[in-house]
Design a protein around this ligand. Structure first.
Ligand SMILES: [Zn+2]
Length: 465
């Protein structure tokens, strides 16, 4: 499968440039990172060059002639780092011309022949067209100039836009989804059926998230959680039983069993591992959307890294229940964050800090050092937790996902980066965080690099051997 992903801010620049309203064609070029996983090859927009209208030789309603040497700086970078080039142009209408024209075929053939000659790494590049409503479709040019369609374009913005082309329809039972279709229509339900969603953490908030996703008809679910079911989990993990705890069944396996028993046709991939593993990161990078149901900083940090490197939107949730252990409750609140690549991050929003992150890493990888070093913050202590609180926060998170793929709110998704719910005040409110994160926004669309996510723990040992 060939895929293209674009961060929301890049998509808006692109749309503004390609569809300025003058009815004439325009061109933009993208420099892209790459992600390969099994049969999937994804191009990840890193940097855009909006070819100025006034340097084009000719702009017409069905044709644009532009100086191709403007892309030379991108070609040099692409050749050095195995990056990809995407040529974008528009078919501004009137009407929808959803195909490559004869003129497009001629100009693309010339352009990609010279791109392949320059970059010369046998890896594909792409040509995409934007239609008047902002929809994108495209094709891939391999090194022998053979052509294949782009099967999916995903915009990871405040609104998550996904366009799938020519995918074999993954068989999900429609009769089990009638009420979902009555609510959201066939288009959104079909999109849910095609989405691959990674859920990291299958415990107190993870299991109610999974309960909802499986009944909303998610196409493929990837579960990540290293722990087995414990007796202290039974009070809140959906589908878990005392027998699971006695037999020490992995939480991811309990979740998988629950999805399969519903019988809607959702595919499940499980990892009974910490997220800090190469195969886990690669599988999550291949998802369309990630959901963070973890405790602590390390999982959140890695999810934010995957979101930035691989241009994926992600939703994070947390619950804080402050009780004295004798029945006295001081405060209960929950937060749900929506994070998009190139925007503000969980780090810049103050949801974790680097000291805690370091302490957790040391606790996981070096138990002795953690015990010896009294300056490391206490992490992963056991907290009070109650199913009704967790379920409400998990429901807000899944409704957040639905709002992103099917905007239904009276306010723009761009104005909601976080929803905070105060149980003690019976109130909730949205908040926006406008400033991009200085750390994570530099990583936008980098894709596969070695070591993965620039983290030595994730390096490819097989390649080194
Ligand atoms: Zn065209």
């Amino acid at each position: 499968m060939n895929k293209v992903r674009i961060a929301g801010h890049h998509y808006h620049q692109l749309k503004h440039h390609l569809l300025p309203g003058d009815g004439l064609e325009a061109v933009a070029i993208a420099l892209c990172g790459r992600s390969t996983h099994e049969n999937n090859h994804t191009l990840l927009v890193q940097e855009l060059l909006l070819v100025p209208y006034n340097v084009c030789y000719e702009r017409k309603g069905d044709y644009v002639h532009w100086p191709t040497d403007v892309i030379n700086p991108f070609l040099e970078k692409a050749a050095k780092k195995n990056l990809a080039i995407i040529k974008f142009h528009c078919h501004p209408g009137p009407g929808v011309y959803e195909q490559f024209s004869d003129l497009d075929n001629d100009s693309d053939h010339k352009l990609f022949k010279s791109i392949h000659a320059w970059v010369n790494d046998d890896l594909p590049h792409a040509s995409c067209i934007m239609l008047p409503d902002g929809r994108l479709f495209g094709r891939i040019f391999s090194h022998d100039l053979s052509i294949e369609p782009v099967h999916q374009v995903l915009v990871a913005g405040s609104d998550i836009q996904v366009w799938n082309y020519g995918l074999e329809n993954h068989l999900m039972l429609e009769d089990l989804q009638v009420r979902n279709m009555q609510a959201f229509g066939k288009k959104t339900v079909k999109l849910m059926n095609q989405l691959k969603i990674g859920v990291v953490g299958c415990s107190g908030t993870g299991s109610p998230v999974i309960e909802q996703l499986k009944r909303l008809g998610a196409g493929t679910l990837v579960f990540v959680d290293p722990d087995f079911t414990d007796t202290v989990n039974i009070n809140r993990i959906i589908c878990s039983t005392r027998k699971d705890a006695e037999q020490q069944i992995f939480k991811v396996e309990v979740m998988k069993r629950g999805v399969e028993e519903v019988g809607m046709g959702t595919k499940v991939i499980t990892f009974a591992k910490h997220i800090s593993n190469r195969d886990v990161v690669k599988e999550l990078a291949d998802c369309d959307l990630l959901i963070s149901c973890v405790d602590g900083s390390e999982g959140r940090h890695i999810l934010n890294l995957i979101s930035s490197y691989y241009l994926l939107p992600f939703i994070d949730m947390g619950v804080k229940l402050d009780a004295d252990g004798h029945g006295g409750i001081n405060n209960i609140f929950g937060t749900v964050h929506f994070v998009q690549p190139g925007g503000s991050s969980l780090l810049s929003r103050g949801q974790y800090n680097l000291d805690k992150l370091a302490a957790e890493g040391i606790k996981r990888t070096n138990e002795e050092e953690y015990a010896r070093n009294q300056y490391l913050a206490n992490v992963n202590e056991s907290h009070p937790a109650v199913i009704s609180i967790n379920m409400q926060v998990a429901a807000i998170a899944v409704n957040e996902l639905l709002a992103r793929i099917h905007p239904y709110r009276n306010i723009s998704n761009a104005d909601v980066d976080m929803v905070k719910v105060f149980f003690t005040d019976a109130t909730s409110y949205p908040e926006a965080f406008a400033d991009p994160c200085p750390f994570f926004s530099k990583l936008t669309g980098k894709g596969d690099i070695e070591p993965l996510l620039n983290n030595p723990e994730l390096s490819d040992v097989s390649a080194a051997a």
